[in-house]
Ligand binder design. Sequence first.
Ligand SMILES: [Fe+2]
Length: 350
Amino acid sequence: MMDLDMVALFEAELLLCKVGPDQTVAVLSEGQVRADYAQAFLVAAQRLGAPAFHLNLPSVPSVGPLHQVGRTPLAGNRAAIEALKMADIVIDLMGLLFSQEQNEITATGTRMLLVWEPFSVLRDLFPTTDLRRRVEHGETMLGSARELRVTSPHGTDIRYRIGQYPVMTEYGYTDQPGRWDHFPSGFLLTQGDDGAVDGRVVLMPGDIINAFRRYIQSPVTLTVEGGMVTTIEGDGMDAALLRQYMDSFGDPRAYAVSHIGWGLNERANWHHFAATRELDNEIGVHALAFYGNVLFSTGPNTELGGTNDTACHLDMPLRGCSLYLDGQLIVEDGRILPPDMRAPARPVAA
Ligand SMILES: [Fe+2]
């Protein structure tokens, strides 16, 4: 039975993406994964008068949806790739992020929207034009800066020379040719210049290792030299987990520092992982986008046009940090300072 709330939400999302009768919508899925989303998107597109089709690929168990970034069942399937290029927008229910196939498809002008989160997350963090405005203000600031520095009261102090790579925005919908986004979202990022990231990141209790769906419980110090994590120190279990996990890929490129940016979604909840029962079923947008987090990450950089396609990607949203662009304070102890980026205040409960 079709879920009418789902259809209505997806119709609103497609409207934000400027889908109409002159736009072809391709829905891409794998096996039975998110089959309800696939059907609801087709009906939503139909309601808007947009031609739509569903491209469903057999599951590849050794890859698994979103388990190994950049490795997808689409790889090598030339006919499927070509069909997706013919659409105006691809609704990606599979997780093509970091794959060569995604870059090839979006390079032709086809825009792409990743949809993966549980329905409650899609509903609760439904994108707004105001969030887009604030994220794009950040894009202008980040795009004109040449140095990004992150500090914390606990000893984090790391500098990124920037400018070699573009700025990437995520506000939850896409209406521009060739642009990728993730529904829902609310942050922005860039990547340090090759070899030009140096310093130290001290992970503290409450910071998040998104891949583990887990909060740090014991301090971990990452030393970064020339864009690579060179040591992972800490007496607790978290340092051991990080060391073992990264080592398990057998890939020295896993230790590269990847994207850096900050979160702007005031409706995303830092506490989400503590409260949800869907841990295995989500990317963790609440963690990535919560307001005022500094999103530090390691691993691949193909997303921003780099050549590192390691399958080991760690997003680490940090709390209470400060972030500077060319010496100008942008995030102060987890608070967003520029007025044009600040979220409207939440109503105070009576
Ligand atoms: Fe990431």
